[in-house]
Design a protein around this ligand. Structure first.
Ligand SMILES: NC(=O)C1=CN([C@@H]2O[C@H](COP(=O)(O)OP(=O)(O)OC[C@H]3O[C@@H](n4cnc5c(N)ncnc54)[C@H](OP(=O)(O)O)[C@@H]3O)[C@@H](O)[C@H]2O)C=CC1
Ligand SMILES: O=C1O[C@H](COP(=O)(O)O)[C@@H](O)[C@H](O)[C@H]1O
Length: 499
């Protein structure tokens, strides 16, 4: 790997502490950092190099998954770390930064390869990119890369504006848009895993009755009210992570795609997504917000009672949607997506239901987190219908996620250092995602779609179940028990098929 300087804007922030430093440290332990590596952390806070290094050390001791955490190794790792004060709006700070970076490159005798990682609020993205350009920081003879966190825009127009500004300073080929779901091991290995679970013949000829993609969480809005109350589930999860999961899955059928094809195929899928218009959104989308309830035996408050949330906020904390991909392979298959906060369990899972005779179904389940696994469940015709789901559940063989599983940030930062953009979001697909989502945002804005209130600790509003029941499906594996507010008892919720 080529020598490089890693410049981190937002070095004193939460994401840096919880994700970026532990990832860099793990890469160091695994000998996956460049042999000559220089790190410059930036923030407004006045810190000496030593106190900054002590903060990073604290974050490693708290968040690193590595079992190598001895003071000597950490100290050696931190030797390449420096901290400098920079206010994003002060042009002179970039001039100073250029001098620092150049001095460090000269000291280490390394090529001016520079990675600029923006771990700051999105309101700063354009200012920083412009200042990197105008200060000359981005004009050296080595490579330059911009790693940018989400959210990438607030809607279609603002995303286009942001991209336009970034393109004045960086080519698309140099922009690495992080979507941490693309760094998850199960997402990256999806094609390979599908191939080892299904035969080529299965992939080509099996008919898929429906697909369900769920990313449900028990967490609420936490400390992020200021951001979340303006974003909602649709911008926080759906426009990016959920649509990326849909793209990553659908490009693997009917034939496996290679890394080179990924970017083109993803855009192709997004272009084939049947568009909604603001008026018919109600038929395809369910919007929800959590009320108070019980999660894991703990009483939690409703969304509008959370600290920092606007009084009477209409923000969405749940979305379920039915999508259709209008291409020859997918055109007859509804794809259901749901995501939300303060739900009954934490799980990210894809379920592919194959067309099969009788009530017993053939399912392929891909468990993405926190457990990981892929299982093809063969139908069993000797079972009574009510036993089916319980039986299927017992056939699942997911690997319990161990503490020491690779974090998405390790993979993504490593890829960015190598210049491999396969698992970063390309502008084409980001723009197409916003285009698809925009009518929903408009419908929300104009209140054309009801906001269904659901009790915390459930699987969201009943309307999200009805969305599937209308088509003769149900969400697989929702584990409803006596603590749910509905009357269903027993381990799993089995719905009657209506057709
Ligand atoms: N935290 C998370 O779990 C996730 C965060 N993200 C994204 O990552 C980015 C960073 O988030 P997070 O770390 O949580 O945010 P924090 O608020 O914790 O940190 C913000 C950072 O920006 C710096 N900063 C703020 N204002 C300025 C300024 N005027 N000039 C220079 N630096 C400034 C702060 O430094 P100082 O206070 O020293 O000035 C701090 O280091 C955001 O885009 C967020 O959306 C994405 C996914 C998850
Ligand atoms: O990006 C985000 O993702 C997390 C969920 O990520 P996961 O890896 O734990 O599934 C979500 O909680 C957060 O609101 C969102 O910003």
């Amino acid at each position: 790997m080529e020598p490089a300087t890693f410049v981190l804007f937002g070095a004193t922030g939460d994401l840096a502490k919880r994700k970026i430093y532990p990832a860099l440290y793990q890469l160091y332990i695994d000998q996956k950092l460049p042999s000559s590596f220089s790190f410059i952390g930036l923030g407004r806070r006045e810190l000496t190099h030593t106190s900054f290094q002590a903060n990073v050390e604290k974050s490693l001791l708290t968040f690193s998954r590595s079992d190598v955490k001895d003071a000597v190794r950490i100290k050696k790792f931190l030797n390449s770390f420096q901290y400098h004060v920079l206010d994003v709006d002060r042009k002179e700070d970039y001039t100073k930064l250029l001098k620092l970076v150049e001095d460090r490159e000269a000291e280490l005798n390394i090529m001016p390869n520079r990675m600029f990682y923006l771990s700051v609020g999105p309101e700063f993205f354009e200012t920083i990119a412009t200042n990197i350009h105008e200060s000359g920081l981005g004009s050296a003879s080595g490579w330059k890369r911009l790693v940018i966190e989400k959210p990438f825009g607030h809607d279609l127009e603002s995303a286009r504006q942001l991209n336009h500004t970034l393109n004045q300073a960086f080519d698309e080929s140099d922009i690495y848009r992080i979507d941490h779901y693309l760094g998850k091991p199960m997402v990256q290995q999806m094609g390979q895993l599908l191939q080892s679970t299904l035969t080529e013949q299965d992939l080509r000829t099996r008919t898929i009755a429906s697909v369900q993609i769920s990313a449900i969480e028990t967490l609420g809005v936490e400390e992020r009210a200021g951001y979340y109350d303006h974003a909602g589930a649709i911008r926080d999860m759906f426009q990016n992570h959920m649509l990326q999961l849909l793209m990553m899955l659908t490009i693997e059928f009917p034939k496996r795609s290679s890394a080179d094809e990924v970017v083109n195929l993803k855009s192709k899928i997004m272009k084939s997504l049947m568009p909604l218009n603001k008026i018919d959104v109600t038929q395809h989308v369910v919007r929800g917000q959590y009320a108070s309830g019980v999660i894991k035996e703990e009483q939690v408050v409703g969304y509008t009672d959370e600290a920092g949330i606007a009084l009477g906020s209409h923000n969405d904390t749940f979305i379920a949607a039915r999508l259709r991909v209008d291409d020859p392979f997918w055109k007859d298959t509804p794809i259901y997506i749901r995501t939300g906060k303060r739900l009954k369990e934490k799980v990210t899972r894809i379920v592919i239901e194959f067309t099969s005779e009788g009530p017993v179904k053939d399912l392929l389940t891909i468990e993405i987190g926190p457990d990981e696994g892929i299982t093809f469940l063969k139908s069993r015709s000797d079972l009574a219908f009510s036993d089916v789901e319980t039986s299927l559940r017992s056939q699942l063989s997911f690997t319990k996620k161990e503490v020491n599983v690779k974090d998405a940030y390790e993979t993504l930062i490593h890829d960015a250092l190598l210049g491999d953009k396969t698992y970063f979001a390309h502008w084409n697909e980001v723009e197409l995602s916003w285009e698809w989502v925009q009518p929903i945002l408009d419908a929300y804005q104009d209140n054309l779609i009801p906001l269904h209130i659901y009790p915390a600790g459930t699987y969201g509003p009943q309307e999200a179940n009805e969305l599937l029941m209308k088509d003769g499906f149900h969400w697989w594996f929702d584990n409803r028990n006596a603590s749910d507010n509905d009357a269903t008892k027993g381990e799993f919720n089995i719905y009657e098929y209506t057709n």
